[in-house]
Design a protein around this ligand. Structure first.
Ligand code: ZN
Ligand code: ZN
Length: 411
């Protein structure tokens, strides 16, 4: 068995070389929580070893973020500073790669003013539209990964001493990202090849509709736009290399038609959204629009999300994830979207990835809308997969092909 330190080094290498795949001479913008500084130092070293021109650190401190939310002047929440714009939009324009480490306390924002939070998200998204558009159409390579923090480990393994909870979370993450394999980089290449097979099948089939059904109460039909493209396991950068935007990743995903969802969908996992939990929620769709919704927990946070803009009430992503995977087989609720979304079929409310329709990255806003791509300032994944989930694909001729049975792929 490898030591903790060696596993951490291998994981850092994996994030740098397979995840964000930093290129020789490229600038890397690295975001990391202050309490995970030791791991950030490993990432910086691995990035320079891989040939990075410069690693630009962006330290995150969510306790400061919480204090700001509670105590700063109210006008602050409708602003985004010019220097922040220059930072993100500037590095994006210069072709930098962006690696972000997330280790959030799932409830750091519990009880914070949801209106202030959504105003803050809106101001930021509007100011960074250029950066976001480039990121969502693969013009900049990017990757999100996670390492444990004490508050997060306590939430996932309640009742355990801190040191045990941290060790358990580290080893759960190492298994989920295949660091425990003999040769992690090789294991990722195999994994990517397996995902590619599914992509080929789905891209060739060109289903016009997917029909979901399970015992939780989901009975949903989702239309897919003409010339939609499925992706997964890696994103192609225009310069010809592949990066993996989420590590772990088990999903294959595309865009639904923004006017194409009909029926009811019920969540299968709690959603940790901006430091708040939303639990046991559902949406009723009519022609793509959420016409009714509810939640047993976190309804006010959900309401703020839905009211962000028109596009926040429509779907922007449909993702298929087998119930049987290195993440879901651990049967752990991570309270972290990066892991939970890769343990379960999911949708996203909000902005669609323009790459998911043929020619999308070169289309204007109007052309994308006409092609069926949803637009919004938000993109929030929520989980719907269950051990009994069935999904059928319907093609243009009306023929039905089983895609999922009992929570797993049958294609
Ligand atoms: Zn997804
Ligand atoms: Zn998503």
């Amino acid at each position: 068995m490898r030591s903790q330190s060696e596993n951490e080094r291998l994981y850092a290498e994996l994030l740098v070389r397979v995840g964000v795949n930093v290129q020789k001479g490229q600038t890397l913008v690295l975001a990391c929580p202050v309490e995970c500084a030791e791991f950030a130092h490993r990432l910086v070293e691995e990035a320079y070893k891989a040939g990075a021109r410069e690693v630009v650190m962006r330290w995150i401190d969510e306790r400061v973020s919480r204090l700001t939310l509670d105590m700063a002047d109210d006008a602050v929440f409708d602003e985004f500073p010019e220097w922040g714009k220059a930072f993100f939009n500037g590095y994006s324009k210069d072709g930098a790669a962006f690696l972000s480490i997330v280790a959030s306390d799932p409830e750091i924002m519990k009880g914070a003013d949801p209106k202030r939070m959504s105003r803050q998200v809106k101001a930021r998204s509007s100011a960074l539209e250029y950066f976001r558009n480039r990121q969502m159409s693969n013009q900049n390579s990017w990757c999100v990964g996670s390492v444990p923090s004490i508050a997060w480990a306590r939430k996932v393994f309640p009742g355990k001493p801190d040191a045990d909870a941290m060790a358990l979370l580290w080893s759960s993450i190492f298994s989920a990202v295949r660091v425990t394999e003999d040769d992690p980089v090789h294991a990722w290449r195999d994994h990517q090849a397996a995902l590619n097979k599914r992509l080929d099948f789905l891209n060739t089939k060109q289903f016009s509709e997917l029909r979901y059904s399970n015992a939780l109460g989901t009975e949903l039909s989702v239309k897919l736009p003409k010339d939609h493209l499925w992706f997964g396991g890696g994103d192609p950068h225009p310069n010809g290399y592949v990066f993996v935007a989420n590590m772990p990743t088990e999903e294959v995903f595309t865009m639904p038609h923004s006017a194409g969802a009909n029926g009811k969908v019920v969540s299968s996992m709690p959603l940790s959204h901006n430091g708040n939990l939303i639990n046991k929620f559902w949406f009723q769709f009519k022609d793509g629009l959420v016409v009714d919704y509810g939640a047993e927990e976190g309804l006010s946070v959900l309401k703020e999300l839905m009211e962000t803009d028109g596009g926040a009430r429509r779907l922007g992503e449909v993702a298929l994830v087998p119930h049987d995977s290195p993440i879901s087989n651990q049967r752990i609720l991570f309270y972290n979207t990066l892991f939970d979304e890769n343990a379960s079929c999911h949708f996203a409310l909000g902005k669609a990835y323009p790459t998911c329709v043929k020619g999308g990255p070169d289309m204007s806003k109007e052309e994308l809308a006409a092609a069926g791509a949803n637009d919004s300032l938000v993109h929030v994944d929520f989980m719907v997969g269950s051990p009994d989930l069935s999904i059928d694909g319907v093609d243009a001729s009306g023929a039905v092909t089983p895609v999922f049975r009992a929570g797993n792929f049958v294609i």
